[in-house]
Design a protein around this ligand. Structure first.
Ligand code: C2E
Ligand code: MG
Ligand code: MG
Ligand code: MG
Length: 295
């Protein structure tokens, strides 16, 4: 699309802007219809213990399954859903479905204690969230300690008393709080002190640079990850590394005493039925990794 400018140089019209507006309207329509016709699903990605490859938990990741367009990723949806107010309803749907999935997974051998991590938008932090979550957990026979509430610094940055109250209540209920995409936001460190954070998730950009082919990048990112790990552990938080795609990244992170990891190396986020089919394979691959490290 070519840009056209008005007489005084002010841009009056831009095909690209029309495209963006049209796309946005289309997504708003998908969201509305998706909520009505049950197109929203939660894919699950295993989170493994890096020392022994054991599957410790699963992160629920929102997908909109459009009958003709296929899967729409959250990046296309969340911003718009936050703006038009539909994120609450979408979030409720993801929460209900993923908790139901966890109760199914729990029946498998060795996964009775596995946890479920769910991403939350700041707009989902309404005063009745803890009570509604407690009810949902009771219905599904899941103890609150198996739920991890993932938030980003953006949530804490709001410095909103309701957010704080809800976080404290979720923590009181027994849920754990994870700080997602750690290291990419603004003033991360003070949040560990001011909020009930239990888990720090190291952003995938750090994991990627750990195995960069530039020695300088590798060295510096190692120092950053070591710094984040040290501070997190000293604050009593467990550490999860995101975006592990190679065995080398696993090895480096494990050698640095990062306890947990998730990434395409172990598994992509999968719909429940596919996950159930592949779980043995994923766990066996973890066992191979375990043997390789022992030898
Ligand atoms: P996130 O919570 O940091 O989730 C991790 C993202 O990294 C996911 O992208 C996941 O598919 C992707 N990922 C996992 N392993 C790898 C890997 O090895 N390599 C690479 N390149 N990527 C990997 P996804 O599913 O597209 O989600 C993007 C973001 O959307 C999430 O980032 C989260 O912030 C948000 N999100 C996802 N589901 C929900 C939801 O139900 N509610 C809300 N409010 N936000 C959500
Ligand atoms: Mg997350
Ligand atoms: Mg993340
Ligand atoms: Mg992320």
């Amino acid at each position: 699309a070519r840009k056209r400018s008005g007489k005084n140089g002010v841009q009056l019209f831009d095909n690209n802007m029309v495209d963006i507006a049209r796309k946005r309207l289309e997504i708003e329509k998908f969201i509305e219809q998706g909520l009505r016709d049950d197109w929203f699903t939660a894919h699950l990605q295993p989170i493994v213990c890096l020392s022994d490859g054991r599957v410790a938990g699963f992160e629920a990741l929102m997908r909109l399954q459009h009958p003709e367009r296929g899967l729409l990723p959250p990046a296309e949806i969340i911003g718009i859903a936050e703006e038009n107010g539909s994120i609450g309803q979408i979030g409720d749907c993801i929460l209900a479905k993923s908790i139901r999935s966890l109760s199914i997974i729990s029946k498998l051998e060795g996964l009775a204690d596995s946890y479920l991590a769910v991403n939350f938008s700041p707009l989902q932090f309404e005063p009745d969230l803890p009570a509604r979550l407690a009810h949902l957990l009771l219905e599904n026979g899941i103890t609150p300690s198996r739920i991890v509430v993932e938030i980003t610094e953006a949530v804490l940055m709001l410095d909103n008393p309701i957010v704080r109250e809800v976080l404290d209540a979720l923590s009181q209920l027994g849920c754990r709080i994870a700080l997602d995409d750690f290291g990419t936001g603004y003033s991360s460190l003070s949040y560990l002190n001011r909020f009930p954070v239990d888990i720090v998730k190291i952003d995938q950009s750090f994991t990627r640079s750990l195995s960069s082919d530039q020695p300088d990048v590798r060295r510096k990112s190692r120092m950053l990850v070591e710094g984040i790990r040290t501070i997190s552990h000293q604050m009593g938080c467990a550490v999860v590394a995101e975006g592990i795609e190679t065995a080398e990244q696993w090895d480096i992170l494990q050698a640095m005493d990062v306890e947990f990891g998730q990434g395409y190396l172990m598994s992509r986020p999968l719909p429940l039925d596919v996950l159930l089919e592949k779980l043995d394979e994923i766990r066996a691959a973890g066992a191979v990794e375990r043997r390789a490290m022992a030898s």
